[in-house]
Ligand binder design. Structure first.
Ligand code: AMP
Length: 122
């Protein structure tokens, strides 16, 4: 997927629209999802322009990958969800139902989360 610089998370990174920020480092920003699915629902995004995990894994330099992964763990710690447990999830492309074409990882927590996937037709 090619990167669309007009996607909503790019606008958040440029400060063109606000976000409810919970954490930030040199390479990543974490903010609350505008439509939370669980009591804690935060998105962690790299500051670089990557469309999805495949793009990020192939093209991000090592310092950006490290900064992003550290931000994931730090954000979970800051949110207080590590003891109870949580889920980190990224949607990719059409089958993954990715809506925003800037790589992001959802952090879900604050309650038992149920099964990870509901099999089709069940
Ligand atoms: P995905 O389907 O993985 O691309 O998820 C995109 C997520 O972005 C959804 O959970 C939306 O609720 C969330 N979202 C969309 N716009 C905003 C926004 N302006 N601020 C925070 N979260 C947003």
């Amino acid at each position: 997927m090619s990167y669309d610089p007009n996607n909503i998370f790019a606008k958040i990174l440029r400060g063109e629209i606000p976000c409810d920020r919970v954490h930030e480092n040199d390479h990543a920003l974490a903010f609350r999802d505008i439509n939370p699915q669980t009591p804690v629902h935060v998105l962690v995004i790299p500051k670089g322009a990557y469309a999805d995990l495949t793009d990020f894994a192939a093209n991000a330099p090592a310092d950006e990958i490290e900064g992003f992964v550290r931000a994931l763990g730090e954000t979970a710690q800051m949110l207080g969800i590590t003891d109870g447990g949580y889920r980190a999830l990224t949607n990719i492309g059409e089958h993954g139902l990715q809506e925003v074409p800037h790589f992001h990882v959802h952090l879900f927590g604050g309650q038992p989360l149920g099964r990870m996937i509901k099999p089709p037709g069940k």
